[in-house]
Design a protein around this ligand. Structure first.
Ligand code: AMP
Length: 113
């Protein structure tokens, strides 16, 4: 089975894409948990944040920078937002391709479930 997020990043599987560059793609989560809920992925396959190496620091910076820019575009920058990445089983990760969740538009609780 091909990786669903690799397929979305390559444009072979449709998604509600809000940002795309050679390195990064962002799209709306199909099961949104907040008024704004976007996923920001590297187009290159990495299983999770645990896969990042020191030389991937520019990629991580790019992912966060895109998330921040999208927060501005979505109009949630001033009210605040959450960027989260789940890693592995206990982290609650269900899709094994690194992604940042960008969520906002409502008040969030802490700690998360
Ligand atoms: P996680 O549980 O942290 O791995 O997050 C995976 C997220 O991907 C979930 O919030 C899903 O709703 C979302 N998701 C899964 N498949 C798709 C898809 N084809 N398009 C958009 N979002 C998806």
């Amino acid at each position: 089975m091909p990786c669903i997020f690799c397929e979305i990043g390559a444009g072979r599987v449709p998604a509600d894409i809000v940002y795309s560059s050679p390195e990064v793609t962002a799209f709306r989560d199909i099961n949104a948990q907040a008024p704004t809920h976007l996923l920001i992925i590297p187009n290159r396959h990495l299983v999770s944040i645990a896969d990042l190496r020191p030389e991937d620091a520019p990629l991580l910076a790019n992912l966060v920078s895109v998330a921040n820019e999208l927060a501005r575009r979505e109009g949630i920058a001033d009210t605040g937002y959450r960027i989260v990445t789940n890693c592995g089983l206990n982290g609650g990760q269900t899709v094994p391709h690194l992604h940042l969740h960008l969520m906002g538009g409502r008040s969030m609780g802490w700690p998360p479930g």
